[in-house]
Design a protein around this ligand. Structure first.
Ligand code: NAP
Length: 539
Protein backbone atom coordinates (compact mmCIF):
# COMPACT_ATOMS: atom_id res chain seq x y z
CA UNK A 1 0.00 0.00 0.00
CA UNK A 2 1.33 3.42 -0.86
CA UNK A 3 0.49 7.02 0.00
CA UNK A 4 -0.55 6.07 3.50
CA UNK A 5 -4.01 5.09 2.36
CA UNK A 6 -6.12 3.76 5.16
CA UNK A 7 -9.85 3.66 5.47
CA UNK A 8 -12.43 2.89 8.08
CA UNK A 9 -13.89 0.02 6.14
CA UNK A 10 -10.61 -1.74 5.51
CA UNK A 11 -12.13 -5.11 6.30
CA UNK A 12 -14.91 -4.59 3.73
CA UNK A 13 -12.62 -3.00 1.17
CA UNK A 14 -9.35 -4.86 1.72
CA UNK A 15 -7.66 -4.01 -1.56
CA UNK A 16 -6.22 -0.50 -1.72
CA UNK A 17 -5.00 1.46 -4.69
CA UNK A 18 -3.87 4.98 -5.43
CA UNK A 19 -5.90 4.99 -8.62
CA UNK A 20 -8.54 2.73 -10.06
CA UNK A 21 -9.16 3.23 -13.76
CA UNK A 22 -12.50 2.02 -15.11
CA UNK A 23 -12.12 0.66 -18.63
CA UNK A 24 -9.27 -0.82 -20.67
CA UNK A 25 -10.06 1.01 -23.89
CA UNK A 26 -7.88 3.50 -25.75
CA UNK A 27 -7.86 5.99 -22.87
CA UNK A 28 -7.64 3.54 -19.99
CA UNK A 29 -4.63 1.70 -21.42
CA UNK A 30 -2.67 4.91 -21.84
CA UNK A 31 -3.84 6.22 -18.47
CA UNK A 32 -2.53 3.09 -16.77
CA UNK A 33 0.78 3.40 -18.60
CA UNK A 34 1.20 7.03 -17.50
CA UNK A 35 0.29 6.33 -13.90
CA UNK A 36 2.61 3.37 -13.68
CA UNK A 37 5.46 5.39 -15.19
CA UNK A 38 4.82 8.01 -12.51
CA UNK A 39 5.03 5.41 -9.74
CA UNK A 40 1.33 5.49 -8.92
CA UNK A 41 -0.21 2.25 -7.70
CA UNK A 42 -2.98 1.84 -10.26
CA UNK A 43 -5.14 -0.88 -11.78
CA UNK A 44 -7.79 -1.06 -14.43
CA UNK A 45 -11.13 -2.74 -13.85
CA UNK A 46 -12.56 -3.74 -17.21
CA UNK A 47 -16.08 -5.08 -17.82
CA UNK A 48 -15.03 -7.07 -20.88
CA UNK A 49 -12.89 -10.14 -21.22
CA UNK A 50 -10.15 -8.30 -23.12
CA UNK A 51 -8.66 -4.89 -23.79
CA UNK A 52 -9.86 -2.53 -26.51
CA UNK A 53 -13.07 -0.88 -25.27
CA UNK A 54 -14.87 0.20 -28.44
CA UNK A 55 -12.62 -2.12 -30.45
CA UNK A 56 -13.39 -5.04 -28.16
CA UNK A 57 -17.18 -4.65 -28.11
CA UNK A 58 -18.00 -3.34 -31.59
CA UNK A 59 -16.94 -6.35 -33.64
CA UNK A 60 -19.80 -6.22 -36.14
CA UNK A 61 -18.86 -6.92 -39.77
CA UNK A 62 -17.46 -3.78 -41.37
CA UNK A 63 -16.45 -2.01 -38.13
CA UNK A 64 -13.39 0.09 -38.84
CA UNK A 65 -11.69 3.41 -38.16
CA UNK A 66 -13.06 6.57 -39.68
CA UNK A 67 -9.78 8.22 -38.70
CA UNK A 68 -6.64 7.57 -40.72
CA UNK A 69 -5.08 4.63 -38.84
CA UNK A 70 -1.70 6.39 -38.62
CA UNK A 71 -3.32 9.36 -36.87
CA UNK A 72 -5.26 7.20 -34.41
CA UNK A 73 -2.41 5.23 -32.83
CA UNK A 74 -0.66 6.37 -29.66
CA UNK A 75 2.02 8.96 -30.18
CA UNK A 76 3.96 8.54 -26.93
CA UNK A 77 6.46 5.88 -27.98
CA UNK A 78 8.68 6.28 -31.02
CA UNK A 79 9.59 2.61 -30.70
CA UNK A 80 5.94 1.60 -30.88
CA UNK A 81 5.35 3.89 -33.85
CA UNK A 82 8.23 2.30 -35.73
CA UNK A 83 7.35 -1.28 -34.77
CA UNK A 84 3.67 -1.22 -35.62
CA UNK A 85 2.67 -1.22 -39.29
CA UNK A 86 -0.93 -0.36 -40.06
CA UNK A 87 -2.09 -2.47 -43.01
CA UNK A 88 -4.85 -0.17 -44.22
CA UNK A 89 -5.36 3.57 -44.18
CA UNK A 90 -8.60 2.96 -42.26
CA UNK A 91 -7.99 -0.14 -40.26
CA UNK A 92 -10.68 -2.69 -39.39
CA UNK A 93 -11.82 -3.81 -35.95
CA UNK A 94 -9.78 -7.06 -35.76
CA UNK A 95 -6.56 -5.18 -36.47
CA UNK A 96 -7.46 -2.37 -34.07
CA UNK A 97 -8.12 -4.82 -31.27
CA UNK A 98 -4.83 -6.55 -32.08
CA UNK A 99 -3.01 -3.20 -31.87
CA UNK A 100 -4.42 -2.41 -28.43
CA UNK A 101 -3.43 -5.89 -27.23
CA UNK A 102 0.03 -5.35 -28.68
CA UNK A 103 0.42 -2.08 -26.79
CA UNK A 104 -0.86 -3.65 -23.57
CA UNK A 105 1.71 -6.45 -23.80
CA UNK A 106 4.59 -4.37 -25.09
CA UNK A 107 4.33 -2.06 -22.10
CA UNK A 108 3.59 -4.93 -19.70
CA UNK A 109 0.27 -3.57 -18.53
CA UNK A 110 -1.84 -6.72 -18.62
CA UNK A 111 -1.09 -7.85 -15.08
CA UNK A 112 -2.54 -4.56 -13.82
CA UNK A 113 -5.86 -5.11 -15.62
CA UNK A 114 -8.69 -6.99 -13.94
CA UNK A 115 -10.97 -8.37 -16.64
CA UNK A 116 -14.66 -9.23 -16.35
CA UNK A 117 -14.97 -6.74 -13.53
CA UNK A 118 -17.80 -4.33 -14.23
CA UNK A 119 -17.98 -1.58 -11.63
CA UNK A 120 -21.35 -1.54 -9.91
CA UNK A 121 -20.98 1.16 -7.26
CA UNK A 122 -18.54 3.70 -5.87
CA UNK A 123 -19.01 5.84 -2.78
CA UNK A 124 -16.83 8.73 -1.70
CA UNK A 125 -15.74 8.73 1.91
CA UNK A 126 -15.32 12.31 3.15
CA UNK A 127 -13.18 11.31 6.11
CA UNK A 128 -10.49 9.40 4.29
CA UNK A 129 -10.97 11.19 0.95
CA UNK A 130 -11.11 7.88 -0.82
CA UNK A 131 -13.52 6.00 -3.02
CA UNK A 132 -14.94 2.67 -1.97
CA UNK A 133 -15.62 0.77 -5.11
CA UNK A 134 -17.49 -2.46 -5.71
CA UNK A 135 -17.64 -4.53 -8.86
CA UNK A 136 -20.52 -6.72 -9.97
CA UNK A 137 -18.55 -9.81 -8.94
CA UNK A 138 -18.38 -8.41 -5.40
CA UNK A 139 -14.74 -7.32 -5.50
CA UNK A 140 -14.25 -4.34 -3.18
CA UNK A 141 -11.44 -1.81 -3.48
CA UNK A 142 -10.51 1.42 -1.76
CA UNK A 143 -8.87 3.90 -4.05
CA UNK A 144 -7.79 7.48 -3.65
CA UNK A 145 -8.58 8.40 -7.23
CA UNK A 146 -11.28 6.95 -9.39
CA UNK A 147 -10.73 7.50 -13.10
CA UNK A 148 -13.63 6.77 -15.41
CA UNK A 149 -12.09 5.96 -18.78
CA UNK A 150 -15.37 4.49 -19.94
CA UNK A 151 -15.44 5.90 -23.45
CA UNK A 152 -18.05 8.10 -25.06
CA UNK A 153 -20.02 5.42 -26.86
CA UNK A 154 -20.15 2.40 -24.60
CA UNK A 155 -23.58 2.43 -22.92
CA UNK A 156 -25.69 0.55 -25.44
CA UNK A 157 -29.07 2.02 -26.34
CA UNK A 158 -31.85 -0.45 -27.04
CA UNK A 159 -35.05 1.12 -28.34
CA UNK A 160 -38.24 0.74 -26.35
CA UNK A 161 -40.31 -1.36 -28.74
CA UNK A 162 -43.06 -3.65 -27.50
CA UNK A 163 -42.35 -7.35 -27.76
CA UNK A 164 -38.54 -7.18 -28.04
CA UNK A 165 -38.17 -10.13 -25.68
CA UNK A 166 -40.64 -12.23 -27.66
CA UNK A 167 -38.43 -12.53 -30.76
CA UNK A 168 -37.53 -16.16 -31.40
CA UNK A 169 -34.73 -15.58 -33.92
CA UNK A 170 -31.25 -14.22 -33.25
CA UNK A 171 -30.88 -10.57 -32.30
CA UNK A 172 -27.81 -8.42 -31.78
CA UNK A 173 -26.91 -4.89 -30.89
CA UNK A 174 -23.97 -3.68 -32.99
CA UNK A 175 -22.01 -2.83 -29.86
CA UNK A 176 -22.49 -6.24 -28.23
CA UNK A 177 -21.54 -8.34 -31.21
CA UNK A 178 -20.64 -12.00 -30.51
CA UNK A 179 -17.06 -13.20 -30.84
CA UNK A 180 -18.10 -16.05 -33.15
CA UNK A 181 -19.10 -15.03 -36.68
CA UNK A 182 -22.83 -14.74 -37.33
CA UNK A 183 -24.06 -16.90 -40.20
CA UNK A 184 -26.29 -14.76 -42.41
CA UNK A 185 -26.49 -17.14 -45.36
CA UNK A 186 -30.03 -17.54 -46.65
CA UNK A 187 -31.41 -15.61 -43.66
CA UNK A 188 -33.99 -12.82 -43.61
CA UNK A 189 -32.25 -10.02 -41.73
CA UNK A 190 -33.61 -6.72 -40.43
CA UNK A 191 -31.40 -3.78 -39.45
CA UNK A 192 -32.97 -1.06 -37.31
CA UNK A 193 -31.15 2.25 -37.59
CA UNK A 194 -29.00 3.97 -40.20
CA UNK A 195 -26.29 5.67 -38.13
CA UNK A 196 -22.54 5.19 -38.59
CA UNK A 197 -22.56 1.57 -37.35
CA UNK A 198 -25.40 0.51 -39.65
CA UNK A 199 -23.74 2.26 -42.57
CA UNK A 200 -20.58 0.19 -42.06
CA UNK A 201 -22.48 -3.03 -41.42
CA UNK A 202 -25.19 -3.00 -44.11
CA UNK A 203 -22.98 -3.63 -47.20
CA UNK A 204 -21.49 -6.72 -45.52
CA UNK A 205 -24.80 -8.18 -44.39
CA UNK A 206 -26.42 -7.41 -47.75
CA UNK A 207 -23.78 -9.49 -49.54
CA UNK A 208 -24.08 -12.45 -47.21
CA UNK A 209 -27.75 -12.76 -46.32
CA UNK A 210 -30.82 -14.07 -48.14
CA UNK A 211 -32.76 -10.84 -47.75
CA UNK A 212 -32.11 -7.60 -45.87
CA UNK A 213 -34.68 -5.06 -44.75
CA UNK A 214 -33.30 -1.77 -43.47
CA UNK A 215 -35.65 0.12 -41.16
CA UNK A 216 -34.66 3.76 -41.49
CA UNK A 217 -36.12 6.56 -39.39
CA UNK A 218 -33.80 9.37 -40.49
CA UNK A 219 -31.35 9.28 -43.39
CA UNK A 220 -27.82 10.53 -42.76
CA UNK A 221 -25.39 12.32 -45.03
CA UNK A 222 -22.83 9.58 -45.63
CA UNK A 223 -19.55 10.14 -47.44
CA UNK A 224 -17.19 7.71 -49.18
CA UNK A 225 -14.34 6.48 -47.00
CA UNK A 226 -11.95 5.64 -49.88
CA UNK A 227 -10.01 3.10 -47.86
CA UNK A 228 -6.96 1.34 -49.29
CA UNK A 229 -4.04 -0.81 -48.24
CA UNK A 230 -0.81 0.88 -47.22
CA UNK A 231 1.99 -0.07 -49.60
CA UNK A 232 5.61 -0.41 -48.46
CA UNK A 233 6.71 2.95 -49.77
CA UNK A 234 3.84 4.77 -48.06
CA UNK A 235 4.53 2.81 -44.89
CA UNK A 236 8.10 4.09 -44.86
CA UNK A 237 6.91 7.61 -45.50
CA UNK A 238 4.34 7.47 -42.68
CA UNK A 239 6.92 6.13 -40.26
CA UNK A 240 9.38 8.84 -41.15
CA UNK A 241 6.79 11.57 -40.73
CA UNK A 242 5.10 10.78 -37.43
CA UNK A 243 6.28 13.96 -35.70
CA UNK A 244 4.82 16.05 -38.54
CA UNK A 245 1.61 14.01 -38.60
CA UNK A 246 0.96 14.44 -34.89
CA UNK A 247 1.98 18.09 -34.97
CA UNK A 248 -0.59 18.70 -37.67
CA UNK A 249 -3.29 16.77 -35.79
CA UNK A 250 -2.53 18.86 -32.72
CA UNK A 251 -3.05 22.03 -34.70
CA UNK A 252 -6.43 21.18 -36.22
CA UNK A 253 -9.73 21.67 -34.44
CA UNK A 254 -10.81 18.03 -34.49
CA UNK A 255 -7.41 16.36 -34.24
CA UNK A 256 -7.40 15.02 -37.79
CA UNK A 257 -4.93 15.81 -40.56
CA UNK A 258 -7.71 17.65 -42.38
CA UNK A 259 -7.93 21.35 -41.92
CA UNK A 260 -10.71 23.71 -43.01
CA UNK A 261 -10.10 25.66 -46.19
CA UNK A 262 -9.65 29.30 -45.15
CA UNK A 263 -12.00 30.52 -47.89
CA UNK A 264 -15.73 31.06 -47.61
CA UNK A 265 -18.12 29.07 -49.79
CA UNK A 266 -19.04 32.36 -51.45
CA UNK A 267 -15.48 33.36 -52.37
CA UNK A 268 -15.63 31.08 -55.41
CA UNK A 269 -17.71 30.94 -58.56
CA UNK A 270 -20.22 28.11 -58.85
CA UNK A 271 -17.88 26.22 -61.19
CA UNK A 272 -14.83 26.64 -58.93
CA UNK A 273 -16.87 25.59 -55.93
CA UNK A 274 -18.06 22.45 -57.71
CA UNK A 275 -14.45 21.57 -58.60
CA UNK A 276 -13.42 22.06 -54.98
CA UNK A 277 -16.27 19.82 -53.74
CA UNK A 278 -15.36 17.14 -56.29
CA UNK A 279 -11.77 17.28 -55.16
CA UNK A 280 -12.48 16.85 -51.44
CA UNK A 281 -15.14 14.24 -52.17
CA UNK A 282 -12.57 12.11 -54.00
CA UNK A 283 -10.15 12.16 -51.07
CA UNK A 284 -10.07 9.68 -48.18
CA UNK A 285 -11.61 10.07 -44.75
CA UNK A 286 -13.13 13.20 -43.30
CA UNK A 287 -11.50 15.55 -45.80
CA UNK A 288 -14.97 16.26 -47.22
CA UNK A 289 -16.14 17.42 -43.78
CA UNK A 290 -13.20 18.93 -41.90
CA UNK A 291 -11.35 20.03 -45.04
CA UNK A 292 -14.37 21.93 -46.34
CA UNK A 293 -14.82 25.71 -46.51
CA UNK A 294 -14.48 27.50 -43.20
CA UNK A 295 -18.16 28.52 -43.14
CA UNK A 296 -19.58 25.02 -43.69
CA UNK A 297 -20.63 24.62 -40.05
CA UNK A 298 -21.68 28.20 -39.38
CA UNK A 299 -23.54 29.42 -42.47
CA UNK A 300 -26.85 27.76 -43.35
CA UNK A 301 -26.81 28.91 -46.95
CA UNK A 302 -23.24 27.67 -47.47
CA UNK A 303 -24.09 24.36 -45.86
CA UNK A 304 -27.20 23.89 -48.00
CA UNK A 305 -25.15 24.34 -51.19
CA UNK A 306 -22.93 21.48 -50.07
CA UNK A 307 -25.94 19.40 -48.95
CA UNK A 308 -27.30 19.61 -52.48
CA UNK A 309 -23.93 18.47 -53.85
CA UNK A 310 -24.05 15.46 -51.52
CA UNK A 311 -27.67 14.67 -52.39
CA UNK A 312 -26.65 14.69 -56.06
CA UNK A 313 -23.93 12.15 -55.22
CA UNK A 314 -26.48 9.91 -53.48
CA UNK A 315 -28.90 10.15 -56.42
CA UNK A 316 -26.09 9.20 -58.82
CA UNK A 317 -25.37 6.01 -56.89
CA UNK A 318 -28.87 4.70 -56.16
CA UNK A 319 -30.72 3.26 -59.15
CA UNK A 320 -34.29 3.61 -57.92
CA UNK A 321 -35.15 7.33 -57.70
CA UNK A 322 -37.75 6.71 -54.98
CA UNK A 323 -35.19 4.90 -52.81
CA UNK A 324 -32.59 7.57 -53.58
CA UNK A 325 -34.96 10.27 -52.31
CA UNK A 326 -35.60 8.24 -49.14
CA UNK A 327 -31.82 8.21 -48.57
CA UNK A 328 -31.39 11.97 -49.08
CA UNK A 329 -31.43 13.87 -45.77
CA UNK A 330 -33.60 16.96 -45.88
CA UNK A 331 -34.05 17.72 -42.18
CA UNK A 332 -30.55 18.60 -41.07
CA UNK A 333 -27.34 20.23 -42.22
CA UNK A 334 -24.31 18.32 -43.45
CA UNK A 335 -22.04 17.69 -40.44
CA UNK A 336 -24.63 18.75 -37.87
CA UNK A 337 -24.76 15.05 -37.05
CA UNK A 338 -21.73 12.78 -37.13
CA UNK A 339 -21.03 11.93 -40.80
CA UNK A 340 -20.86 8.16 -41.37
CA UNK A 341 -18.08 7.18 -43.75
CA UNK A 342 -19.00 4.34 -46.06
CA UNK A 343 -17.88 1.81 -48.62
CA UNK A 344 -20.61 0.59 -51.00
CA UNK A 345 -23.37 1.69 -48.64
CA UNK A 346 -25.55 3.33 -51.25
CA UNK A 347 -24.90 0.57 -53.81
CA UNK A 348 -26.34 -1.92 -51.29
CA UNK A 349 -29.77 -0.49 -52.09
CA UNK A 350 -29.35 -1.46 -55.75
CA UNK A 351 -29.27 -5.13 -54.80
CA UNK A 352 -32.38 -7.21 -55.39
CA UNK A 353 -32.21 -8.66 -51.89
CA UNK A 354 -32.26 -5.31 -50.08
CA UNK A 355 -35.30 -3.23 -49.19
CA UNK A 356 -35.38 0.15 -47.46
CA UNK A 357 -38.39 0.88 -45.24
CA UNK A 358 -39.21 4.35 -43.98
CA UNK A 359 -40.18 3.92 -40.34
CA UNK A 360 -40.64 7.61 -39.74
CA UNK A 361 -43.88 7.48 -41.72
CA UNK A 362 -44.66 3.85 -40.96
CA UNK A 363 -43.29 3.37 -37.47
CA UNK A 364 -42.31 0.09 -35.86
CA UNK A 365 -45.21 -0.99 -33.65
CA UNK A 366 -44.02 -4.24 -32.23
CA UNK A 367 -41.40 -6.96 -32.38
CA UNK A 368 -43.06 -10.33 -32.96
CA UNK A 369 -41.70 -13.85 -32.38
CA UNK A 370 -41.02 -14.15 -36.13
CA UNK A 371 -40.22 -10.57 -37.15
CA UNK A 372 -41.63 -7.12 -36.69
CA UNK A 373 -44.71 -5.15 -37.48
CA UNK A 374 -44.94 -1.56 -38.63
CA UNK A 375 -48.27 0.24 -38.78
CA UNK A 376 -48.72 -0.95 -42.37
CA UNK A 377 -46.85 -4.22 -42.80
CA UNK A 378 -45.55 -7.38 -41.17
CA UNK A 379 -41.90 -8.30 -41.87
CA UNK A 380 -40.75 -11.88 -41.31
CA UNK A 381 -37.19 -11.95 -39.98
CA UNK A 382 -34.69 -14.58 -38.81
CA UNK A 383 -32.21 -12.04 -37.43
CA UNK A 384 -32.75 -8.52 -36.06
CA UNK A 385 -29.78 -6.17 -35.72
CA UNK A 386 -30.26 -3.17 -33.48
CA UNK A 387 -27.94 -0.45 -34.79
CA UNK A 388 -29.70 1.97 -32.49
CA UNK A 389 -26.74 3.73 -30.91
CA UNK A 390 -25.69 4.68 -27.43
CA UNK A 391 -26.58 6.63 -24.32
CA UNK A 392 -23.53 8.66 -25.19
CA UNK A 393 -20.89 10.19 -22.92
CA UNK A 394 -22.82 10.22 -19.65
CA UNK A 395 -24.70 6.91 -19.98
CA UNK A 396 -22.02 4.62 -18.64
CA UNK A 397 -21.53 6.83 -15.57
CA UNK A 398 -25.20 7.33 -14.75
CA UNK A 399 -25.78 3.57 -14.99
CA UNK A 400 -23.33 2.99 -12.12
CA UNK A 401 -24.25 3.87 -8.55
CA UNK A 402 -21.56 6.53 -8.06
CA UNK A 403 -22.16 8.63 -4.94
CA UNK A 404 -20.18 11.78 -4.25
CA UNK A 405 -19.35 13.85 -1.18
CA UNK A 406 -22.99 14.87 -0.61
CA UNK A 407 -24.28 11.31 -0.92
CA UNK A 408 -26.06 12.02 -4.20
CA UNK A 409 -25.59 9.79 -7.20
CA UNK A 410 -24.09 11.21 -10.35
CA UNK A 411 -27.42 10.51 -12.04
CA UNK A 412 -29.18 12.77 -9.51
CA UNK A 413 -26.42 15.36 -9.75
CA UNK A 414 -26.92 15.53 -13.53
CA UNK A 415 -30.73 15.41 -13.50
CA UNK A 416 -31.00 18.81 -15.15
CA UNK A 417 -28.11 18.05 -17.52
CA UNK A 418 -24.48 17.07 -17.09
CA UNK A 419 -22.31 19.71 -15.47
CA UNK A 420 -18.55 19.50 -15.58
CA UNK A 421 -15.35 21.46 -15.53
CA UNK A 422 -13.20 20.79 -18.60
CA UNK A 423 -15.18 17.60 -19.09
CA UNK A 424 -12.91 16.14 -16.43
CA UNK A 425 -14.61 16.61 -13.13
CA UNK A 426 -17.98 17.44 -11.71
CA UNK A 427 -18.46 19.28 -8.41
CA UNK A 428 -19.37 17.19 -5.36
CA UNK A 429 -17.43 14.26 -6.77
CA UNK A 430 -13.90 14.80 -5.43
CA UNK A 431 -11.04 12.69 -6.72
CA UNK A 432 -13.20 11.40 -9.58
CA UNK A 433 -11.78 12.09 -13.01
CA UNK A 434 -13.99 11.58 -16.02
CA UNK A 435 -12.16 10.90 -19.24
CA UNK A 436 -14.88 10.39 -21.74
CA UNK A 437 -13.97 12.59 -24.61
CA UNK A 438 -14.25 16.17 -23.46
CA UNK A 439 -13.64 17.33 -27.01
CA UNK A 440 -15.16 16.13 -30.28
CA UNK A 441 -11.87 14.87 -31.63
CA UNK A 442 -9.92 12.13 -33.37
CA UNK A 443 -10.24 9.99 -30.30
CA UNK A 444 -6.70 9.05 -29.32
CA UNK A 445 -5.33 12.51 -30.00
CA UNK A 446 -7.51 14.01 -27.28
CA UNK A 447 -7.48 10.93 -25.02
CA UNK A 448 -3.71 11.39 -24.67
CA UNK A 449 -4.25 14.97 -23.53
CA UNK A 450 -6.70 14.09 -20.78
CA UNK A 451 -4.72 11.04 -19.61
CA UNK A 452 -1.58 13.17 -19.33
CA UNK A 453 -3.44 15.93 -17.51
CA UNK A 454 -4.88 13.47 -14.99
CA UNK A 455 -1.62 11.65 -14.30
CA UNK A 456 0.29 14.93 -13.94
CA UNK A 457 -2.39 16.17 -11.58
CA UNK A 458 -2.21 13.04 -9.43
CA UNK A 459 1.58 13.36 -9.26
CA UNK A 460 1.19 17.01 -8.26
CA UNK A 461 -1.22 16.00 -5.50
CA UNK A 462 1.18 13.34 -4.25
CA UNK A 463 4.23 15.62 -4.31
CA UNK A 464 2.37 18.32 -2.40
CA UNK A 465 0.79 16.01 0.13
CA UNK A 466 -2.68 16.85 -1.07
CA UNK A 467 -5.55 14.41 -0.74
CA UNK A 468 -8.59 15.90 -2.34
CA UNK A 469 -9.29 17.63 -5.63
CA UNK A 470 -12.69 18.83 -6.70
CA UNK A 471 -13.98 21.14 -9.44
CA UNK A 472 -15.56 24.24 -7.93
CA UNK A 473 -19.18 24.89 -8.87
CA UNK A 474 -18.15 28.33 -10.09
CA UNK A 475 -15.57 26.89 -12.50
CA UNK A 476 -18.13 24.35 -13.62
CA UNK A 477 -20.72 27.06 -14.31
CA UNK A 478 -18.25 29.21 -16.23
CA UNK A 479 -17.07 26.26 -18.30
CA UNK A 480 -20.68 25.33 -19.09
CA UNK A 481 -21.48 28.90 -20.17
CA UNK A 482 -18.35 29.04 -22.31
CA UNK A 483 -19.12 25.68 -23.95
CA UNK A 484 -22.75 26.60 -24.63
CA UNK A 485 -21.68 29.90 -26.12
CA UNK A 486 -19.33 28.11 -28.53
CA UNK A 487 -21.90 25.61 -29.73
CA UNK A 488 -24.66 28.18 -30.12
CA UNK A 489 -22.89 29.62 -33.16
CA UNK A 490 -22.66 26.27 -34.92
CA UNK A 491 -25.21 24.50 -37.10
CA UNK A 492 -24.71 21.42 -34.94
CA UNK A 493 -27.11 22.96 -32.44
CA UNK A 494 -29.95 23.03 -35.01
CA UNK A 495 -30.60 19.32 -34.88
CA UNK A 496 -31.31 16.55 -32.37
CA UNK A 497 -28.64 13.89 -32.07
CA UNK A 498 -26.64 11.91 -29.54
CA UNK A 499 -24.32 14.96 -29.32
CA UNK A 500 -27.10 16.49 -27.18
CA UNK A 501 -28.46 13.30 -25.63
CA UNK A 502 -31.76 13.70 -27.46
CA UNK A 503 -31.71 10.11 -28.74
CA UNK A 504 -32.40 8.85 -25.22
CA UNK A 505 -35.98 9.27 -24.00
CA UNK A 506 -36.08 11.40 -20.83
CA UNK A 507 -32.39 12.36 -20.91
CA UNK A 508 -31.72 16.00 -20.05
CA UNK A 509 -30.54 17.81 -23.15
CA UNK A 510 -27.13 19.42 -23.21
CA UNK A 511 -24.27 19.60 -25.66
CA UNK A 512 -22.00 16.87 -24.37
CA UNK A 513 -18.73 17.97 -25.94
CA UNK A 514 -16.47 20.99 -25.78
CA UNK A 515 -16.82 22.77 -29.12
CA UNK A 516 -13.68 24.89 -28.86
CA UNK A 517 -11.52 22.22 -30.48
CA UNK A 518 -8.33 20.37 -29.57
CA UNK A 519 -5.80 23.24 -29.59
CA UNK A 520 -7.93 25.45 -27.30
CA UNK A 521 -8.60 22.53 -24.99
CA UNK A 522 -4.92 21.64 -24.77
CA UNK A 523 -4.01 25.24 -23.98
CA UNK A 524 -6.65 25.27 -21.26
CA UNK A 525 -5.17 22.09 -19.73
CA UNK A 526 -1.66 23.59 -19.77
CA UNK A 527 -2.85 26.88 -18.33
CA UNK A 528 -4.86 25.25 -15.53
CA UNK A 529 -1.96 22.98 -14.54
CA UNK A 530 0.49 25.91 -14.61
CA UNK A 531 -1.86 27.92 -12.36
CA UNK A 532 -1.97 25.38 -9.57
CA UNK A 533 -5.02 23.66 -11.01
CA UNK A 534 -7.11 26.77 -11.29
CA UNK A 535 -10.83 26.01 -11.05
CA UNK A 536 -10.23 22.97 -8.86
CA UNK A 537 -10.19 23.08 -5.08
CA UNK A 538 -7.15 21.21 -3.76
CA UNK A 539 -6.82 20.31 -0.11
P1 NAP B 1 -26.51 6.52 -34.04
O1 NAP B 1 -25.71 7.31 -34.97
O2 NAP B 1 -27.10 7.16 -32.85
O3 NAP B 1 -27.67 5.86 -34.91
C1 NAP B 1 -28.72 5.18 -34.32
C2 NAP B 1 -29.73 4.87 -35.38
O4 NAP B 1 -30.79 4.13 -34.80
C3 NAP B 1 -30.35 6.13 -35.97
O5 NAP B 1 -30.54 5.93 -37.34
C4 NAP B 1 -31.68 6.22 -35.24
O6 NAP B 1 -32.66 6.93 -35.93
C5 NAP B 1 -32.03 4.75 -35.14
N1 NAP B 1 -32.99 4.44 -34.11
C6 NAP B 1 -32.86 4.55 -32.77
N2 NAP B 1 -33.99 4.16 -32.17
C7 NAP B 1 -34.84 3.78 -33.14
C8 NAP B 1 -36.17 3.28 -33.15
N3 NAP B 1 -36.85 3.11 -32.02
N4 NAP B 1 -36.75 3.01 -34.34
C9 NAP B 1 -36.07 3.19 -35.48
N5 NAP B 1 -34.80 3.66 -35.55
C10 NAP B 1 -34.21 3.95 -34.39
O7 NAP B 1 -25.73 5.24 -33.51
P2 NAP B 1 -24.51 4.42 -34.14
O8 NAP B 1 -24.72 4.06 -35.54
O9 NAP B 1 -24.25 3.35 -33.16
O10 NAP B 1 -23.33 5.44 -34.10
C11 NAP B 1 -23.04 6.17 -32.92
C12 NAP B 1 -21.71 6.85 -33.07
O11 NAP B 1 -20.69 5.87 -32.98
C13 NAP B 1 -21.45 7.52 -34.39
O12 NAP B 1 -22.08 8.76 -34.52
C14 NAP B 1 -19.94 7.62 -34.36
O13 NAP B 1 -19.50 8.72 -33.63
C15 NAP B 1 -19.55 6.35 -33.64
N6 NAP B 1 -19.08 5.38 -34.63
C16 NAP B 1 -17.79 5.53 -35.01
C17 NAP B 1 -17.28 4.71 -35.96
C18 NAP B 1 -15.86 4.92 -36.37
O14 NAP B 1 -15.20 5.82 -35.93
N7 NAP B 1 -15.33 4.14 -37.20
C19 NAP B 1 -18.07 3.73 -36.54
C20 NAP B 1 -19.38 3.58 -36.12
C21 NAP B 1 -19.88 4.43 -35.15
P3 NAP B 1 -32.81 8.52 -35.73
O15 NAP B 1 -31.63 9.14 -36.41
O16 NAP B 1 -34.10 8.85 -36.35
O17 NAP B 1 -32.78 8.76 -34.25
Amino acid sequence: MSNGLENNNSSMYPETLDALVIGAGVTGIYQLYRLREAGINAKIFEAGGGVGGTWYWNRYPGARFDSESWTYGYSFSEELLQEWSWKEHFSGQPENEKYLNYVTDKFKLRDRICFNERIKAATFDNESNTWQVESETGRCVTTKYLIAAVGILSATHMPEIDGIQSFKGQSFHTSRWPHDPVDFSGKKVGVIGTGACAVQLIPHVAKECGHLTVFQRTPNFCAPLHNSEIDDETQQEIKSKYPEIFKRCNETIAGFIHEADPRSTFDLSEKEREEFYEDIWSQPGFKKWFGNFRDLMTNREANEIYCEFVRKKIRERVDDPVVAEMLCPKDHHFGAKRIPLETNYYESYNRENVRLVDVKNDSIQEILPNGLRTAKEHYELDIIIYATGFDAITGELTRMDIRGSAGKTIREHWKEGPKNYMGLQTSEFPNLFIENGAVFCNFTRCAEVTAEFVSNCIVHMKENNLNRIEATSEAEREWGDHSNHLIRNMLTSDVNSWFFGTNIPGKAQAFLFYAGGGPAYRSKCDEVAANNYDGFKLS
